[in-house]
Design a protein around this ligand. Structure first.
Ligand code: GP9
Ligand code: MN
Length: 726
């Protein structure tokens, strides 16, 4: 026993022994911090395994640097590296507590607001146990100071140090490939910083973020104001005047943007199991005061939802290399819908039952000028309320209404639903239509979650009606992107009752709904071909705000003589005449592939291809080079991100102050009373919940109402569902 003890001590007295001890302590400490200081939303065996393993490769790599140095300096270097990485962890623990996200270089570089935010609030949010982050450094220093461990000053072979570095590289490589196996596109799609930390660790995330920031700042540093000239020339030449008959018809109205997650056009009027899958949305689609578009396409790339949001609210395309919101949402200048509306005297708010960091919304929304972002932590924790990426739609929309009724009017409010998200799971209690029977597991649940989403919309619309908001609002519904990918051709063919489903069918299958509903609006089903890029110009015209001078790549969908070539992010396109998929062309009307193009056809498709590639590349130029910082449209005031805070306590204070000043919220109009008792839902999760008794439709009580805005901290931040399919 004694012998073993002295052997161990002997080992720790060697340089390698000390190195191993330092790595082991740092490893254990990091894992402890992962478990207690962050909400990474780890689920499943693989993610748990990776969470345990992921601190190792980078720790070995970093601490291993000290092995290249000889003598006492080697120990000191190791301690310094240990202390610095611990300090970084400590800073992230504090930052995370406030923002539920990890620190980024562009935040540190770009805004003093982060540091001032943090330093003012730091004392308040710090906990004694946070200091334990330094415990391993302290242990090592004490062990050396009291000579429990002696320094080994004998030189180490360079080759050995190289070996350690290589080992770390190898370990990192396997970590990365295991991570990709569980989540493809982890680094290219960059959904959420939480995911990178969960899979690869904090240090790897830091390097990744550093490289990304360096790349983008190099591109930006080389950009000049004159880079904008070609964009301005193109937009000027191709500008189409909006439809004057519709100019300003919605002036001063509240605006709702309702994001229908993964909702495809084919669901409209679709019947299954003897019933309509989406009766509420069908009704809206056919109403005479709804402008409905049946040739409207999503245009997203890898950035999926975030691409849709970028197009919808900026009329700029997403990037080919992944989410522009994630990559550049923090640092770039934007002239987005919320800021435009804000400057028209609107209150602007985004509401989403998912974590704030997803798609970097917590930062990008500030750049876009959203006054408020009511994300997951703003909603009450109800048992079984969370599914996939967020709070179930019925529970989310019900609580979102609790914030909407507090917004000074007019407001611009975006509600992002999420239950209808791949892989379309829904608990038994919420199922009210049978699954389809194609036998494809990921497809068959789709009608169920879509049906649920539709019911949530129905409940929300009923509340709008009850409160009179339906008379004072313009409501825009849109499907963000496909729900069923091209990997499920057989199942889709069955759903559509077709014998086959080819590439052309798949292009047509990218239609998503766009409906603009407003009391008294001259509606109808419009057949123009358009996409998400066109929505902002359309809405601005309806609101009577000229978009002349704005850098927007879309055009008013109601304008006469508009160009109807709809660009897909990969350069393919659809139009009323021709469709391009890869190197193949099709006649859109017949779906027939055009194997031999006539001269006229060739000229036509060349012109379309040219237009599509020009628009995509000019939009990419604007976004990648951050050109909007050089150009401010007349009448627009540049957004200052530091004006915004989505910290719950601050935001709620701000909301209260705004309301005290304006007295225009729905609650004010209702003599200071909440309208939540008018919100009926049949969400089973709310049955029996005392604070929601009024709004549960099967309950007959009409006691005092709850505004639904009570804050509650949430237990799991990021949830995950494997989405290799996306
Ligand atoms: C998450 C949600 C999902 O907040 O918006 O994004 P998606 O996976 O559809 O791109
Ligand atoms: Mn989506």
């Amino acid at each position: 026993m004694k012998q073993l003890g002295s052997k161990i001590r002997g080992f720790f007295n060697t340089r390698l022994g000390f190195f191993a001890l330092a790595v082991a302590l740092f490893w254990a400490k990091t894992y402890w911090a992962y478990q207690t200081k962050f909400n990474l939303g780890v689920s499943g065996k693989m993610q748990n395994l990776l969470l345990v393993l992921n601190p190792l490769p980078t720790t070995i790599l970093l601490f291993g640097v000290a092995l290249y140095i000889s003598g006492r300096k080697s120990y000191i270097t190791m301690l310094i590296i240990d202390a610095l990485t611990s300090l970084w962890l400590f800073a992230n623990v504090l930052y995370y507590r406030e923002f539920s996200d990890f620190m980024t270089f562009s935040l540190i570089k770009g805004s003093s607001s982060v540091s001032s935010n943090l330093s003012t609030g730091v004392m308040g949010i710090m906990r004694a146990s946070d200091w334990l982050v330094f415990v391993d450094v302290a242990i090592l220093i004490l062990l050396l100071a009291f000579h429990v461990i002696r320094m080994d000053t004998r030189p180490i072979k360079k080759l050995f140090a190289v070996g350690v570095t290589l080992l770390a590289g190898l370990m990192f490589g396997s970590n990365l490939s295991m991570a990709y196996h569980d989540r493809s596109g982890l680094l290219t799609r960059t959904f959420d910083n939480n995911y990178i930390v969960k899979y690869l660790g904090l240090n790897a995330y830091t390097v990744f973020d550093g490289v990304k920031t360096a790349q983008t700042s190099a591109t930006k540093a080389n950009a000049k104001a004159s880079d904008m000239n070609s964009v301005l020339v193109y937009l000027k030449k191709n500008r189409i005047d909006p439809n004057a008959q519709y100019t300003g018809v919605a002036k001063g109205k509240n605006v709702f943007i309702i994001h229908l997650e993964s909702f495809q056009q084919f669901l409209i009027d679709y019947k299954w199991d003897g019933q309509e899958v989406t009766p509420n949305l069908n009704k809206l689609f056919h109403e005479s005061d709804t402008l409905s578009f049946d040739n409207f396409f999503h245009q997203v790339g890898q950035g999926k939802t975030s691409d849709a949001e970028t197009m919808m609210e900026n009329s700029l395309f997403g990037l080919p290399e992944g989410s522009a919101m994630s990559l550049l949402g923090t640092s770039n200048t934007f002239q987005a819908a919320p800021a435009i509306m804000d400057q028209q005297g609107y209150t602007t708010a985004a509401l989403h039952g998912g974590v704030a960091s997803f798609w970097n919304r917590d930062n990008a929304y500030k750049s876009w000028g959203y006054d408020y972002f009511f994300s997951k932590s703003y909603y009450q924790n109800i048992k079984n309320d969370f599914l996939g990426y967020g709070i179930k739609d019925k529970l989310f929309m019900r609580q979102a209404a609790g914030y909407i009724e507090q917004l000074p009017q007019p407001f611009y409010a975006k509600l992002i639903t999420v239950t209808n998200h791949y892989p379309y799971p829904l608990d038994k209690k919420n199922q009210s239509i049978a699954k389809t029977d194609t036998g494809d597991k990921t497809v068959d649940g789709y009608v169920q979650t879509a049906h649920y989403l539709d019911q949530a919309i129905g409940e929300f619309m009923a509340w709008l009606k009850k409160t009179g908001l339906d008379k004072t609002s313009m409501i825009v519904f849109y499907g963000d992107h496909f729900g069923i990918s091209a990997n499920h051709k057989d199942a889709v063919a069955q759903l559509l009752g077709k014998d086959s489903f080819d590439d052309f069918d798949n292009a047509m299958f990218q239609r998503v709904p766009l409906m603009i509903h407003m009391d008294g609006l001259k509606g109808g089903i419009n057949h123009t071909y358009g996409g998400e890029i066109d929505v902002l110009p359309t809405i601005m015209n309806l609101l009577g705000i000229s978009n002349k001078g704005y850098i927007q790549f879309g055009s008013d969908l109601l304008a006469a003589n508009r160009n109807q070539t709809v660009a897909f992010r990969n350069g393919d396109f659809v139009s009323p005449t021709y469709t391009k998929i890869g190197s193949n062309y099709y006649d859109t009307k017949t779906g027939e592939q055009l194997k031999k193009l006539t001269q006229a056809q060739k000229e036509a498709v060349d012109a379309m291809t040219n237009r599509v590639t020009t628009e995509l590349s000019l939009s990419d130029r604007v976004v990648n080079r951050d050109l909007l910082r050089f150009y401010t449209p007349n009448g627009f005031t540049k957004v200052d991100k530091s004006d915004y805070s989505y910290t719950q306590s601050k935001a709620l204070e701000m909301l209260q102050a705004a309301d005290d000043k304006n007295k225009t919220s729905l609650i004010d109009k209702n003599n200071g009373k909440s309208t939540m008792n008018e919100y009926k839902t049949d969400a089973p999760e709310m049955a029996g919940l005392k604070e929601f008794a009024d709004s549960y439709s099967s309950s007959s009580s009409s006691a005092s109402s709850s505004s639904g805005t009570t804050s509650a901290s949430s237990s799991s931040a990021t949830s995950d569902s494997s989405d290799k399919d996306k």
